[in-house]
Design a protein around this ligand. Structure first.
Ligand SMILES: Cc1ncc(C[n+]2csc(CCOP(=O)(O)OP(=O)(O)O)c2C)c(N)n1
Ligand SMILES: [Mg+2]
Length: 371
């Protein structure tokens, strides 16, 4: 019996803008234009400012916890803009480190703050905005993206679903079920993994034996790409092509974006306890904001004056968003019943009626007496 190669594959790594801010124009053909690069640079700066202000809110006791997106703005920014430009209102099914993709596609910015302030109204997505609430259970939501893509395919809307998750999420069973389902059912889902090399304190090196995260998609028959996740040009171009491929050929596509979280896992974490400072410093040099600014300056599209204006605008905008979030009216005591269940059964109706009474023994008719 002669031996044959049963399967062989390679995965491309795509970088269009390098760390020094130099662009590969040939690779960028059909990709992000300079005007949009300016726009994304501004939006990434807004997202960074939002992070800094949210961090301070938590430290001053005005927010429960918060996961900074710092350093990871380019991946979600690039593909987020590609989604916006398609104009199809593709679904975004996020984790918690892709704020920018959500803001670009119509999520009111105060929603994320409200979520982390523990207000469920942060998860109430406005009608017509095709975004799911951010998912805290790791790895469960790619399945929801499959369901949405399944429905859109059935309705022939030409819409895709993009789901975001981290490197750690790819060790979860639900993630694999989602990959399998999307592939077996030929669903237009773009799986966008932000590989930031850490899952809280678990380093990527011991997270999985897989050489790349992208190759996990190969096992399910998906076209797979690895990109420099700190490069808005790569994320936009590969994201745009992946969306087209997913919809035109009705199949899932996998993108692994190599990035790094420059902050702690969340405000409840102190990464200095497990992360080498030299590693952090090496990634600070690859910061997406720095390289994008270098590129724009080399093209005379940016200068110190514009930077100062932008920083002032970003601060003002974020402070307004904070005012909106903190200024929301207090929720009604009945809301927990009115917005959790479609219909109340007898027990729940009694609970709702007796919620205001001083004790379970008190007759509901006396409720007014207790307040
Ligand atoms: C099902 C589940 N298990 C465990 C956790 C606790 N947890 C929260 S974040 C996290 C790490 C996630 O790492 P990764 O997927 O790489 O995302 P990152 O935070 O690095 O963006 C874990 C284990 C959780 N939220 N959900
Ligand atoms: Mg991670």
């Amino acid at each position: 019996m002669p031996k044959k190669t049963a399967y062989q594959a390679k995965i491309e790594h795509i970088q269009i803008l390098d760390e020094q801010g130099k662009l590969d124009a040939a690779l960028n053909k059909g990709g992000l234009g300079d005007e949009d690069a300016v726009f994304l640079y501004e939006q990434m700066t807004v997202s960074r400012t939002y992070d800094e202000i949210a961090f301070k809110l938590q430290r001053s006791g005005r927010m429960g916890t918060y996961p900074q997106n710092k350093g990871q703005e380019a991946g979600p920014g690039g593909i987020g803009l590609a989604v916006l430009h398609r104009g199809k209102k593709d679904w975004l099914v996020p984790c918690y480190r892709e704020n920018l993709a959500l803001f670009l596609n119509g999520l009111p910015m105060e929603k994320i703050l409200l979520h982390w302030m523990g207000d469920e109204r942060g998860n109430q997505i406005p009608e017509g905005v095709h975004i799911l609430p951010i998912s805290i259970p790791i790895g469960t939501h790619p399945l929801h993206a499959c369901g949405l893509a399944f429905a859109e395919k059935y309705r022939k809307t030409g819409r895709a679903a993009v789901t975001f998750f981290g490197d750690g999420a790819t060790s979860e069973g639900d993630f694999h079920e989602a990959c399998n389902f999307a592939s077996a059912m030929k669903l237009p889902v773009v799986f966008f993994c932000q590989n930031n090399f850490w899952a809280i304190s678990v380093p990527r090196a011991i997270q999985t034996g897989s050489e790349t995260i992208a190759q996990k998609g190969l096992a399910y028959g998906m076209p797979c790409f690895q990109i420099d996740g700190n490069d808005i040009f790569a994320s936009y171009k590969v994201g745009k092509d992946a969306l087209e491929l997913a919809v035109e050929e009705s199949r899932p596509v996998f993108i692994e974006a190599i990035t790094y979280r420059l902050g702690d896992h969340t405000t409840a974490d102190d990464a200095r306890r497990y992360r080498d400072s030299a590693e952090l410093e090496s990634w600070q040099k690859k910061d997406p904001l720095i390289r994008t600014r270098k590129y724009l300056e080399s093209k005379k599209l940016w200068n110190d004056k514009k930077q100062a204006d932008l920083e002032a605008r970003a601060k003002k905008l974020t402070e307004e968003v904070v005012r909106k979030a903190e200024g929301i009216e207090k929720p009604g005591i009945d809301d927990i019943f009115d917005y959790t269940f479609a219909e109340l059964n007898d027990e729940l109706r009694t609970q709702k009626r007796t919620l205001r009474t001083a004790s379970l023994a008190q007759h509901p008719e006396q409720e007014r007496l207790s307040r």
